[in-house]
Design a protein around this ligand. Structure first.
Ligand SMILES: [Zn+2]
Ligand SMILES: [Zn+2]
Length: 401
């Protein structure tokens, strides 16, 4: 077992490497499932570190490294996501994105840098590890069906059989140097709703001769808010947001159709199952009253992310070991979605939040914004946490799923 001081020495040694990787990736962001240059960059880096690995996974751009310790023992996995978002960067950073309209605005560049720096750190102690460490670099976290599900299909949890998995996400509102953990349901299932209201178009001056899909769509969208307000237990979190509406071409023409799309987010599997039925009942009823018809499409996204209690306790202890109890906070649940949930459906583990707010930044920008900034000191913190969680898991070993 490394002492706290030895863990930090390792983490500080690889920190400059992590910062360089982060900036390289930040300049060259790639959209979900198109991370070809990132894939090449990671393959080269892993080769230079001395690792063998599987490449081309998860639809083509994912990688898996298996670090075999000198002694047999349990298998622990760590995961980073590598994709970026279709956002035009406005940070003004010297290493800002070179690709117009694409930005690492969810901090996945930082996650990837932390995991690669952890790989570099683990190389020097791998002969003392009592078990195996699997590193998963996955594509497409931001896009259905989620790179995680494809990596699982390609066997990253089975070859070798993973006993527990840990992941983290940068949190721009939490100060760098701090982490947060929570057990149970922590992130929502983000499902997608697409509706087209089909009426009968005509002249704006003769509405009585038409079936107006604009008015009907407005009524449906307003009424959909009542599903959460009047069908969902107030103690049960749920969100219905209609984010886009399209229809019509002129001020005096009633169109034939109006379409809208939205996101439906829940934390409870039973409620998740009920939502499409309730939502379609509202659409059906209002369309019937208006004499309109409709097309209804409902697509399930990632599962609810559920952190395993025992593994959350183990991971929280690892953070306390390296950061001190005063730097480790309770994680608040969020209605955001995260495809790490797929791994947690299969093996016990936990998904943590890693503070990334600069000490003097009083008004940080959030994830998925064009001005997201990350205090890079969080890279060393992430590495120290990962080394400690690997140590703690491999030495305590067993899991009760
Ligand atoms: Zn994101
Ligand atoms: Zn993310």
């Amino acid at each position: 077992m490394l002492t706290k001081e030895q863990v930090w020495e390792l983490a500080r040694t690889v920190h400059p490497y992590g910062v360089k990787v982060r900036r390289d990736l930040h300049q060259n962001p790639e959209l979900s499932f198109c991370e070809h240059e990132t894939h090449r960059y990671l393959a080269t880096a892993l080769q230079e570190l001395g690792y063998s690995f599987r490449a081309g996974l998860g639809g083509g751009t994912g990688l898996q490294v298996v670090i075999r310790g000198a002694r047999p023992g349990p298998v622990v996995a760590l995961r980073a996501d590598i994709d970026a978002l279709p956002i035009q960067e406005e940070t003004g950073l010297p290493f800002a994105s070179h690709r117009p309209g694409v930005m690492h605005a969810c901090g996945h560049d930082v996650h990837t840098a932390i995991l690669l720096a952890t790989a570099k750190a683990l190389w020097s102690i791998k002969d003392e590890l009592p078990g195996q460490v699997v590193l998963i670099f996955q594509p497409g976290e931001e896009k259905n069906p989620g790179g995680a599900s494809l990596m699982i299909r390609d066997g990253v949890l089975d070859q070798p059989k993973v006993d527990a998995i840990f992941g983290l996400h940068v949190e721009p509102f939490l100060e760098a140097g701090r982490m947060a953990f929570g057990e149970g349901p922590m992130m929502a299932a983000p499902d997608e709703l697409r509706v087209t209201i089909v009426g009968r178009g005509g002249h704006g001056a003769t509405p009585h001769l038409t079936v107006d899909p604009v008015l009907t769509a407005c009524q449906v969208i307003t009424a959909l808010q009542q599903v959460v307000a009047r069908n969902v237990n107030p103690f049960q979190p749920a969100v219905v947001t209609i984010g886009m509406i399209q229809g019509g071409s002129a001020h005096n023409v009633i169109p034939d159709e109006v379409s809208f799309v939205g996101t439906v987010r829940t934390m409870d599997p039973e409620l998740r199952r009920l939502m499409p039925e309730r939502i379609e009942a509202v659409v059906r009823g209002i369309c019937a009253a208006a004499g309109a018809s409709y097309r209804f499409h409902y697509e399930h996204g990632y599962p609810v992310l559920v952190n395993h209690p025992e593994m959350t306790a183990l991971a929280r202890q690892a953070a306390v070991d390296v950061l001190g109890a005063d730097k480790v906070e309770q994680m608040e649940p969020s209605m955001g979605g995260e495809d790490f949930a797929y791994y947690l459906e299969r093996v016990p583990g936990t998904f943590a939040r890693l503070g990334a707010r600069a000490h003097d930044d009083a008004a940080p920008y959030g994830l998925h914004t064009s001005r997201l900034m990350v205090d890079e000191s969080c890279i060393a913190v992430g590495v120290a946490y990962y080394i400690q969680v690997v140590q703690n898991f491999l030495t305590t070993g067993s899991v009760t799923p």
